[in-house]
Design a protein around this ligand. Structure first.
Ligand code: SF4
Length: 340
């Protein structure tokens, strides 16, 4: 099967859960996790609705209309410079066969733009970044090269800016995604602030702001660097492991379960296998299903059974989490007038 390409959204999510070997391997191998989740009997509700997708596409097209005149105007206003006349903006053709061909073409045009001394708009360029030993191809909405040769990443989103502010979680996700593009442009002189363009107050009128992605850049750089190399994950697996979605669910489940996972509730918003992994984690009684904060409070107690045993043990506890649980169990029993 042709591998499913990773995108910056997936990479940002991958960096958000660097401890999950399962996701690293499946993404690195280009496995279609949505189809895999369906074949496992736990289809994901993850992803963008068709309506949101169409709305996003039409907003992006309107922002980029007329050779990107509005886009350049928004960027120049934020940079405090005079916008160029539309005729002075170069919009090169980036078409080439295959992702590798498009990446090479983009690199060529970026180099040409840096020495041109005028404005250049690259619409849907293709960039590549090495992640866990494999090349990942990334396609930002646009990048702009100014006359000094500095590259700015443009991120166009369809969530609204209401009364001058937008949903912080969505802005945060956009910043993490943009940081991946900035990393991929590392060989060029790239601005560490990206232009985020969103519709203003539910209209189709674009509003934009420069987003400082330096914090996200350092986190993403560190997390991606820590990702276990795929070869070492694959080497530890039985030789007959396969993620062929036409296999019976029992066999497929065995294969998937042979790769260690690190489920956390955040997976629900970031990974197609979340319902499958949550089901297995709940069945194993993992306290991580209750969230990272609870998991952190419980220290060495990893399962719900271990927590209940610790709470019910009448003896003194050396472990601070177990001591706190015992005290809580005693207080509860006193309040309810029952014995522990
Ligand atoms: S849902 Fe499963 S595979 Fe995906 S990141 Fe979470 S634990 Fe890993």
């Amino acid at each position: 099967m042709p591998p499913r390409a990773l995108d910056a959204r997936a990479l940002a999510a991958l960096a958000a859960n660097p401890g999950c070997r399962r996701r690293a391997l499946l993404d690195g191998a280009g496995v279609d996790k949505a189809r895999l989740a369906e074949a496992l009997g736990s289809p994901s509700a993850f992803g963008q609705s068709q309506f949101a997708f169409a709305r996003g596409n039409s907003f992006e097209a309107s922002v980029k209309a007329d050779g990107g005149a509005e886009l350049l105007r928004l960027l120049c206003r934020r940079l405090g410079v005079e916008p160029p006349a539309p005729a002075d903006v170069t919009v090169p053709d980036l078409s080439a066969p295959g992702a590798a061909g498009r990446t090479a073409r983009t690199a060529l045009e970026l180099r040409a733009a840096a020495g041109r001394g005028t404005w250049t708009l690259l619409d849907h360029p293709m960039l590549s970044l090495e992640v866990a030993g494999a090349a990942v191809y990334l396609e930002p909405d646009a990048v702009v090269v100014d006359p000094e040769g500095t590259v700015t990443v443009i991120e166009i989103k369809s969530f609204p800016i209401l009364d001058g502010s937008a949903d912080p979680s969505k802005v945060g996700a956009a910043a993490r995604q943009s940081a991946v593009y900035v990393l991929a442009l590392g060989a060029h002189r790239v601005r560490e602030r990206v232009l985020l363009v969103c519709p203003k107050d539910f209209s189709n009128i674009p509003a934009a702001d420069l987003l400082d992605v330096r914090p996200q850049l350092s986190v993403t750089r560190r997390q991606l660097g820590r990702l276990t190399r795929l070869e070492s994950i694959a080497a530890a697996l039985p030789a007959d492991v396969t993620f062929d979605v036409s296999l019976p669910p029992v066999e497929l489940t065995r294969s998937v379960e042979s790769v260690p996972a690190a489920y956390a509730p955040e997976c629900l918003a970031a990974c197609e296998l979340a319902f499958h992994c949550r089901g297995r984690a709940r069945a194993a009684g993992e306290v991580m299903t209750l969230g990272r904060a609870v998991r952190g409070e419980l220290g060495r107690l990893r399962t719900v059974d271990a927590v209940l045993d610790a709470a019910a043990d009448p003896g003194p506890a050396a472990d601070p989490a177990a001591a706190a649980l015992r005290r809580a169990a005693r207080l509860r029993a006193e309040a309810l007038g029952v014995t522990v």
